[in-house]
Unconditional design. Structure first.
Length: 338
């Protein structure tokens, strides 16, 4: 998502620096995450673990050429730039997911005016066997929603059924939309509303297909997933980031990776415990995805007087950042070129 003014992300980044990330997430096989080092990646809006190349993640800018980047999580370096042939000029690419068919799906589904486009697109291409700069043939699918146009930033392909889902983005809450059993390159693919969700900027299915994690700017939730429908949900602990745009599971399902827009942006790794997608808190406390500090063992501190450096300050910063983002979004509604 591109904000109306670059001054707003800068202000948000300044507001979120320091007090919110009280400690790094617990380290695992991938350490505590990685930094996107490619200077071309300035608006990383989606993130997906490769199925063909362990430790590699696909990402992309939101308003760019039809291209995606393969990033090595060990170094943060881009190991392949893949340009898509056979598709039109993207308008607002917001999400990426890898399906069980070995294909990468890119969601050109952003609509900054919340319903100005009568249709949006999904691009699909086979994961390259060899990681190198290359052009590949891609299929372009036209997508509409049964209840009319809307803004969306989350596209998820179920790892077992291969069905594509989109979560729309709205301040008052969005919808979860289910695509046809098989996408068709001919005509339009109508996505039907099958659930209600909060304001969502990205989402990801767990590798076993039993959980769906949805994130927004200041929160993330994990839903049980059964028979193609949302079940009980719970809060996921994760980082507060300057512009929270992406989330994915690691290929083995042991952790979630949270990404943000911006040059040299950081992808933060948060371990997952058990089957409830509840990331473990780092020793001595951490930060939950709503901005509240957590105590040892993951207990969330609420309402306590910590000498003026904890809950009150943190929530105040979150409120300021939220106001900046919401204000920018309203300003953006009057623009057509962003």
């Amino acid at each position: 998502m591109r904000l109306a003014s670059r001054a707003v992300p800068a202000a948000v980044a300044a507001a979120l620096a320091g007090p919110l990330l009280l400690a790094p997430p617990a380290a695992g096989a991938d350490g505590d995450g990685f930094t996107l080092k490619d200077p071309r990646i300035t608006e990383s809006s989606g993130l997906a673990a490769s199925r063909a190349h362990p430790g590699v993640y696909w990402t992309h800018n939101d308003q760019d050429e039809p291209r995606v980047f393969a990033v090595d999580s060990r170094t943060g370096e881009t190991v392949a730039t893949v340009t898509l042939r056979g598709v039109g000029k993207p308008r607002d690419m917001e999400a990426v997911s890898v399906g069980p068919d070995g294909h990468v799906y890119v969601g050109d589904i952003g609509d900054n005016l919340n319903g100005s486009w009568p249709y949006v697109w999904i691009y699909r291409f086979k994961e390259p066997e060899r990681l190198r700069d290359q052009s590949v043939d891609a299929v372009q699918y036209t997508v509409t929603y049964e209840d009319g146009p809307r803004d969306a930033e989350a596209l998820m392909v179920h790892p077992k059924t291969g069905r594509v889902y989109i979560a729309s983005k709205n301040e008052e809450g969005g919808g979860l939309y289910e695509g046809p059993a098989r996408l068709s390159a001919q005509g339009r693919n109508v996505f039907r509303r099958v659930g209600e969700v909060p304001w969502v900027t990205d989402g990801a299915f767990s590798p076993d297909g039993t959980r769906l994690v949805l994130r927004s700017y200041f929160s993330a939730r994990s839903y049980a997933w059964k028979d193609g429908r949302l079940g009980a949900d719970e809060r996921v602990r994760g980082p507060i980031q300057p512009q929270s745009e992406s989330v994915t599971y690691t290929a083995d399902g042991s952790a979630l990776l949270f990404g943000s827009e911006g040059a040299q942006s950081r992808v933060v790794r948060v371990p997952v415990e058990g089957t409830g997608a509840a990331p473990s808190a780092p020793a001595g406390g951490g930060t939950d995805a709503t901005g509240g500090p957590s105590g040892p063992g993951g207990a969330t501190a609420t309402g306590a007087d910590d000498g003026g450096s904890g809950t009150g300050l943190t929530l105040g910063v979150v409120a300021l950042a939220a106001a900046l983002l919401f204000g920018a979004r309203r300003l953006r509604r009057g623009r057509t070129g962003d």
